[in-house]
Write a new protein. Structure first.
Length: 126
């Protein structure tokens, strides 16, 4: 089992919304020229890529979900229906009582549902 890395489109949107969390031991970065994932532990390489807009951070889905919750007050929940074998998502405000947005389709995969929920949450914040 492994954490899924967000897609390039989601990474670009996260960067636009202010996401800049990187791990001090290493980070995944999308090279914007080649549109490929690069893993680096070199802080100078990572800094050069990010400062010069050559790349964008590519966090795991769970790290981006946590950042949205802790920094932006938006929580993405994934719901599953074991009987019907599908997933969907809801985006809640920080009070967890106000639904900001709900999914209008079903997904076969938890990770695909989460990715789309993250995109929706990012699109809702300023």
């Amino acid at each position: 089992m492994k954490d899924e890395i967000i897609t390039l489109g989601t990474a670009k949107l996260a960067k636009e919304k202010g996401f800049s969390v990187s791990h001090r031991y290493g980070s995944w970065i999308y090279d914007l020229e080649d549109e490929e994932l690069v893993y680096t532990t070199d802080v100078m390489y990572r800094t050069n890529y990010l400062i010069n807009n050559l790349g964008t951070l590519a966090p795991s889905q769970s790290l981006l979900q946590r950042w949205l919750r802790e920094e932006k007050g938006v929580d993405v929940f994934i719901h599953n229906s074991i009987k019907e074998n599908h997933y969907d998502w809801s985006v809640y405000s920080q009070d967890k009582e106000t639904i900001i947005s709900e999914c209008s389709q079903y997904y076969i995969s938890y990770e695909v549902a989460l990715e789309d929920g993250l995109i929706e949450a990012l699109s809702l914040i300023e």
